[in-house]
Design a protein around this ligand. Structure first.
Ligand code: NAI
Ligand code: MG
Length: 487
């Protein structure tokens, strides 16, 4: 695209600032651990800060739970288990419905805190993360008294104490994915949010407290990897649910091997987004943008590998570049923002190092002419062409707004390329032909295959991976299964 073209875009796409107000938001200076129905000080008295990635200023301090605190939380969960698991499902459901409604009532506050603490655009936290989190609680509240229909002629029993460890890309939503099915099936929980984004989980602890749920049923503790490891290794935890990096997932699988702990792992991905020549091209371009730039690309199921059929490659790439010129990178709290801040300095370094790797390997880069704010962690939306299957940026998860584009000629070729990855979480297919969609969904090794859309989530629909993307399903009827056992 010429410089003149770019300037035309800039001139016709300027917006006034439209910041979401923050005066209705209550954030404490310091948070304790939510254990046994009370906010309690960490035994060793240590705290660490959570920052706003858009300016790297401290927002609040949170407690660092050590092994002793984890033990306290697990004991509380153990004590609460008997009466909670014996409560009729209908009664358990009432608490879960209450949590869902309280999230809805406080949705704006949750959205602002999510965007402040994690850097995602307010449009996404407001329209996607928070409503979906409430949906998960509503959906699983409905199952609480219907478990015998979910598992007909079997007597589902809760597993016990669930240890749940979640990442920083969808903090509240991942908490909902973990807590809702566990509670509906009668388990008690120790949950740990990620160290860079603990604040919505702590707000959720306040709401859970307000719901009047019996003490010890839900315990929410903060800390980093060591705290997570203490949960994984605690002998009285009966089930581990983990979402995060493949590296930590492998460690957890080793740590739980040979124990009685049930395990589900939702790990990384390198999703293939496949555009056939008969696709509706403009919609597909929007789909590409949504697949890779949604949530700054911090999405395990992101469509980070684009495959375009050769006959339409030039037009798709040109339209994509033009569309990228219009993306607004900046203040997460501004309603115009399309791409917010990168979640942490560490993650920004990872992304930048992958961009260097891409260049060193001979890839051709394109970034729009966007102004990045001075402070904070920012990365322009990026695409690479002239890359092939063996390039590291094609094989490895970057977890940022970086797209690797390849072309293909035949269906067999694109199936082969799309499946040639250690991961197997998501894929997308764009074509006007229904039979091609069905053919592709059978051939692609991915837990989710979207057709003529991307990154769509629903509480009723199972989600999970194959190969190094992990195992087990969350969401839908399938999401109940990891939390029950049969006699
Ligand atoms: P991470 O896997 O280290 O963090 C995820 C969660 O695991 C956090 O709550 C963390 O405190 C906890 N954790 C860390 N070490 C642990 C251990 N030894 N035992 C138990 N829990 C532990 O992810 P990180 O380092 O923040 O991100 C690195 C890369 O991981 C990203 O660049 C991305 O590629 C991938 N990732 C994938 C996610 C997904 O949704 N699949 C989410 C987050 C990261
Ligand atoms: Mg933070």
């Amino acid at each position: 695209m010429t410089k003149k073209d770019k300037n035309i875009f800039k001139a016709s796409w300027s917006y006034d600032e439209a910041p979401e107000s923050t005066d209705h938001v209550q954030i404490k200076k310091q948070y304790d651990l939510y254990i046994d129905g009370k906010f309690t000080k960490p035994i060793k008295g240590k705290y660490f800060a959570s920052y706003s990635p858009s300016d790297n200023k401290e927002i609040a301090k949170v407690a660092e739970a050590t092994q002793e605190d984890v033990d306290k939380a697990v004991k509380a969960a153990n004590r609460a288990f008997k009466s909670w698991s014996e409560l009729p499902g209908k009664e358990r459901g009432k608490y879960i419905f209450r949590i869902a409604r309280l999230i809805q009532e406080r949705a704006r506050e949750f959205s602002v805190i999510e965007s402040l603490d994690g850097g995602k655009p307010i449009r996404e936290s407001r329209d996607i993360d928070i409503p979906l989190a409430a949906n998960h609680f509503f959906y699983y509240a409905g199952w609480a008294d219907k478990l015998e229909y979910a598992f007909p002629n079997r007597k589902p029993k809760p597993v016990g104490v669930a240890g749940q460890i979640i990442p920083w890309n969808f903090p509240l939503l991942m908490a909902a994915w973990k807590l809702a099915p566990a509670l509906a099936t009668g388990n008690t929980v120790v949950l740990k949010p990620a160290e860079t984004t603990p604040l919505t989980a702590l707000k959720l602890a306040e709401i859970i407290h307000e719901s009047g749920i019996p003490k010890g049923v839900v315990n929410i503790i903060t800390g980093a990897g060591e705290t997570g490891a203490a949960i994984v290794n605690h002998p009285n935890v009966d089930k581990i649910a983990f979402t995060g990096s493949t590296g930590v997932g492998k460690y957890i699988q080793k740590a739980t091997a040979g124990t009685n702990k049930k395990l589900t792992l939702e790990l990384g991905g390198k999703g293939a987004n496949i555009i056939f020549e008969d696709a509706a091209i403009d919609q597909a371009v929007e789909g590409i943008v949504n697949a890779i730039f949604f949530n700054q690309g911090h999405v395990c199921c992101a469509g980070s590998r684009l495959f375009v059929q050769e006959s339409v490659a030039d037009v798709v790439i040109e339209k994509l570049k033009r569309r990228m010129e219009t993306l607004i990178v900046g203040n997460p709290l501004d309603k115009n923002t399309d791409i917010g801040a990168i979640n942490s300095k560490k993650q920004l370094q990872t992304i930048e190092s992958y961009i260097k790797i891409g260049l060193n390997e001979g890839g051709e880069i394109y970034q729009p002419d966007c102004k990045l704010p001075k402070n904070g962690n920012w990365c322009a939306p990026t695409l690479f062409i002239n890359v092939s299957q063996s390039h590291r940026i094609v094989q490895e998860e970057i977890f940022g707004p970086v797209l690797a584009i390849q072309t293909f000629r035949t269906i067999d070729e694109v199936v082969e390329k799309a499946n040639n990855t250690p991961f197997g979480l998501s894929a997308g297919v764009w074509t006007e032909k229904g039979s091609k969609i069905f053919h592709m969904t059978q051939k692609l090794n991915a837990g989710v295959v979207w057709a003529n859309t991307f990154n769509k989530f629903d509480a009723t629909s199972p989600f999970g991976g194959y190969k190094e993307s992990g195992f087990g399903r969350e969401g839908g009827l399938h999401g109940l299964k990891p939390y029950v056992k049969f006699e």
